[in-house]
Ligand binder design. Structure first.
Ligand SMILES: Cc1cc2nc3c(=O)[nH]c(=O)nc-3n(C[C@H](O)[C@H](O)[C@H](O)COP(=O)(O)O)c2cc1C
Length: 325
C-alpha cells in the first residue's frame, strides 16, 4: 500500500474514536489511492429523534475533524471539500492529501487526546474552569468555523428551562423512546450505543438537567451539583448541511482541547433536537446565530474514577479500502 493510502487508512481509523449521538457512529469512510471520502450511514441515523440529520451531521463532522488531526499529526498537508449532500452515494466530505510538512504540535497532542476523550456524565467539582482556559477553548472552537457563546447566570436558567421542555417533549414521544431503548443501556457488545457503564445510577440533581436516558446506569454521579459548571452554546451563522458538519468539526476541536486541559465536557442536544426549545436557544443567543449544541464544561474531582470508554465498531465495519489505482 502506498504511503498516502496508508496515512488515509490511519486517519479513518483514528476517526472511529469520535463522539456521536448515542454512539451511533453514523459514518463510513472510503479510502481511495489519492483521497478519503466520508459518507453518512442512514441506517444509523436516529429517525425519530433526529429526522433532519442534524445530530448525524454533527457526529460526522466530529469524525471528519478526528481524521484531520491524524493527518496533521503525521505532517500531511491536505484540502477538504465539503459537498455535504445527504444522498446515499454522495460523500459529505472529501480529504485530498498533498505534500508532507512538519507535524503540527497541537495535532500531535490532540491525537493523544483522541483516545483519552470521553463523555463524562458525573457532576462537576466545586472549582470552576479558569478564564484563561475558557478563552483558549473559545479560540480553539473558532478555528474550525463555529463559535462558542459562554452563558451568563440568567442565561443558564433559561437553558435549564429549554432543556426541561425538550426532555418532556422527547419523553412523551413513543417513537423516540422506543428508539432510545434500542441504542442505550445494557452491555452493547455489537460496538454501538451507550452501555450502562457510561450512564449515571440516577439523573443527578443539577440546575440544568442531564439527559434522562430512561435507564439506570452504574456510574456514581459524584453527589455534586453544577454550581461551578460553565454552560455554553456552540453556534454559527447557517443551517445548511455544511454548517452542521463544520459545527461537528468545531465540537471535536473544542472537546480535544478541553481534554488536554483536563476539562470535562457534556453535550446537551435535546434542546437543539426539539424545534421550540431550539428557538429558545436562539433567543438566548440574541438572534446572533443558529444554535448547534448546548455544552457543559467543568472540572472533575480527581478522587472520582472516570467511566470506561464506550465501545466502537470494528475498523472493517466503517472503513472500505478500494483496490483501484
Ligand atoms: C452531536 C452529539 C450530541 C450528543 N448529545 C448528548 C446528550 O444530549 N446527552 C449526553 O449525555 N450525551 C450526548 N452526547 C455524547 C454521546 O452520547 C457520546 O459521544 C457517545 O455515547 C460516545 O461516547 P464517548 O463520547 O464517551 O466516546 C452527544 C454527542 C454528540 C456528538
Amino acid at each position: 500500500m502506498s504511503e498516502v493510502k496508508q496515512a488515509l487508512v490511519q486517519a479513518a481509523d483514528a476517526a472511529r474514536f469520535a463522539p456521536s449521538i448515542h454512539n451511533t457512529q453514523p459514518w463510513r469512510w472510503v479510502v481511495r489511492a489519492d483521497r478519503l471520502e466520508l459518507f453518512a450511514v442512514a441506517e444509523r441515523q436516529l429517525q425519530a429523534q433526529d429526522p433532519d440529520a442534524r445530530m448525524l451531521l454533527l457526529s460526522c463532522g466530529a469524525a471528519l475533524h478526528h481524521a484531520q488531526v491524524a493527518l496533521d499529526a503525521e505532517g500531511w498537508a491536505y484540502s477538504v471539500d465539503r459537498p455535504a449532500a445527504l444522498a446515499p452515494d454522495a460523500p459529505l466530505a472529501v480529504i485530498t492529501p498533498g505534500e508532507r510538512r512538519p507535524a503540527e504540535p497541537e495535532a500531535t497532542r490532540h491525537l493523544q487526546m483522541l483516545r483519552v476523550r470521553r463523555t463524562d456524565r458525573r457532576t462537576v467539582g466545586e472549582e470552576a474552569v479558569g478564564e484563561t482556559v475558557l478563552d483558549e477553548l473559545v479560540k480553539a472552537t473558532e478555528q474550525s468555523g463555529a463559535r462558542l457563546h459562554v452563558l451568563g447566570r440568567d442565561q443558564v436558567l433559561e437553558l435549564a428551562v429549554a432543556v426541561e421542555h425538550a426532555q418532556s417533549a422527547e419523553t412523551a414521544d413513543d417513537r423516540a423512546q422506543a428508539e432510545l431503548a434500542e441504542w442505550v443501556g445494557g452491555e452493547r457488545p455489537e460496538g454501538t450505543g451507550i452501555p450502562s457503564a457510561s450512564l449515571p445510577v440516577e439523573v443527578p440533581l443539577t440546575t440544568v438537567a442531564e439527559r434522562d436516558f430512561q435507564t439506570a446506569g452504574t456510574v456514581t454521579a459524584g453527589g455534586g451539583h453544577d454550581r461551578a459548571a460553565t454552560y455554553a452554546v456552540l453556534y454559527g451563522p447557517g443551517d445548511a448541511e455544511q454548517d452542521w458538519l463544520r459545527a461537528g468539526e468545531s465540537l471535536s476541536r473544542l472537546w480535544l482541547s478541553a481534554t488536554e486541559h483536563a476539562v470535562s465536557l457534556l453535550p446537551f442536544s435535546g434542546p437543539v433536537e426539539v424545534p421550540f426549545a431550539r428557538e429558545a436557544l436562539r433567543r438566548i443567543l440574541g438572534g446572533t446565530g443558529m444554535p448547534y449544541l448546548a455544552i457543559r464544561l467543568g472540572l472533575q474531582d480527581p478522587a472520582h474514577t472516570a467511566p470506561p470508554h464506550t465501545p466502537r465498531l470494528a475498523a472493517d465495519q466503517v472503513i472500505d479500502v478500494m483496490e483501484e489505482g
